[in-house]
Write a protein that binds this ligand. Structure first.
Ligand code: FAD
Length: 303
């Protein structure tokens, strides 16, 4: 990414929402559950699994957190009815973590129970570092309460992640490993891209050696290559692991992984609250910065 692109990316929150919506459409299934279902049907037909995310984060009222938990009930109903190969991903701030730990725990446990009734699985997304302790604590509490159909996410950018893997090892956790999207201070996070990659590889090795089930969530070709090497060295084969990618990103590479016999899951977000998720995706797409800048200037000039 050039310096100019980086500067533009920092200015994205100032970009008019319609422009953000236009350019982020490929990352989001649409506003309704029906949209998500159509996308998952298409993915499943191409041999890909899915994880459906009801968009929403940082809710401010208990009712809104409850509404998100209920929305997942509808998601499970649709998955069941249409025989979709999909689990779900949840954000704890959407389930009320910012309001109260206990409220969030109750909502999360509800979603996990609903999932269990349908033999389904819940992935707890990892948000910024202010939520890491609570997220890992909730994961442990649910596992210790006997819920086996739940997994968590660890971020290779965080220096603590290797310690977190050690601390979770007794649970034989189900972990999605990703780089981490939130901007964190250098005191707690690696900021250099190569250091994040190196830590990703170390975390992946440690997880595999702890016999965790890992969702390798990256579009980074070098990391995909390293993951394939580590998996082959250990003689691991599907269904011992899966790759994960985001909707709208490197779809051809995903097809290749599927064609080579790997399990691959695509993250499918849907809902009206598309803005925060869209900003994060656009901020990650280096090629998009210049395009957005031109579109924004064009709009401002009325062209
Ligand atoms: C399934 C899944 C779930 C995730 N869940 C979480 C989570 O819970 N918490 C969290 O903090 N982060 C999460 N992330 C995001 C993750 O942390 C990274 O921010 C994101 O995956 C980009 O890192 P990368 O490893 O793909 O490498 P990058 O170096 O960012 O990308 C590698 C290449 O992929 C392509 N690419 C990447 N992003 C885009 C884009 N937006 N548009 C177009 N091309 C792109 C480009 O070609 C780029 O060169 C998740 C990612 C995935 C795939």
């Amino acid at each position: 990414m050039t310096l100019l692109d980086r500067a533009i990316v920092r200015l994205l929150p100032a970009v008019p929402k319609p422009v953000v919506q236009l350019f982020s459409a490929r990352y989001i299934a649409g506003p309704s559950l029906e949209d998500a279902v159509s996308v998952v049907i298409r993915l499943n037909a191409a041999g890909k699994m899915a994880t459906i995310d009801v968009l929403g984060e940082e809710v401010e009222r208990e009712d809104d957190a409850r509404a998100i938990a209920l929305a997942y009930q509808h998601v499970f109903d649709e998955i069941e009815r249409d025989h979709l190969d999909s689990n779900v991903s949840v954000k704890l701030t959407a389930l009320g973590l910012g309001l109260s730990y206990e409220l969030c725990r109750a909502n999360l446990e509800d979603v996990v129970r609903q999932a269990a009734e349908d033999h389904n699985f819940v992935r707890i997304d990892m948000e910024d570092s202010s939520t890491t302790d609570d997220t890992l604590r909730l994961y442990r509490e649910l596992r210790e309460a006997g819920h086996v159909n739940v997994g968590v996410v660890l971020q290779a950018c965080l220096k603590r992640s290797l310690r977190d893997i050690d601390a979770l090892a007794d649970l034989r956790p189900n972990v999605r490993l990703c780089k981490g999207i939130y901007v964190e201070p250098a005191s707690i996070a690696f900021t250099d891209a190569n250091a994040i990659r190196a830590n990703f590889v170390t975390c992946l090795e440690t997880l595999l050696d702890a016999r965790a089930y890992v969702g390798v969530a990256t579009h980074d070709e070098w990391l995909i290559g390293e993951a394939l090497r580590l998996l082959a060295e250990r003689g691991l084969e599907p269904p011992d692991y899966e790759f994960q990618m985001l909707l709208g990103v490197r779809e051809r590479r995903a097809d290749e992984l599927v064609a080579a016999g790997h399990r691959l899951r695509v993250y499918v977000p849907f809902g009206e609250q598309w803005y925060a998720y869209s900003l994060r995706r656009l901020q990650e797409n280096p090629a998009m910065a210049g395009t957005i800048a031109r579109a924004t200037v064009g709009r401002v000039l009325g062209r």
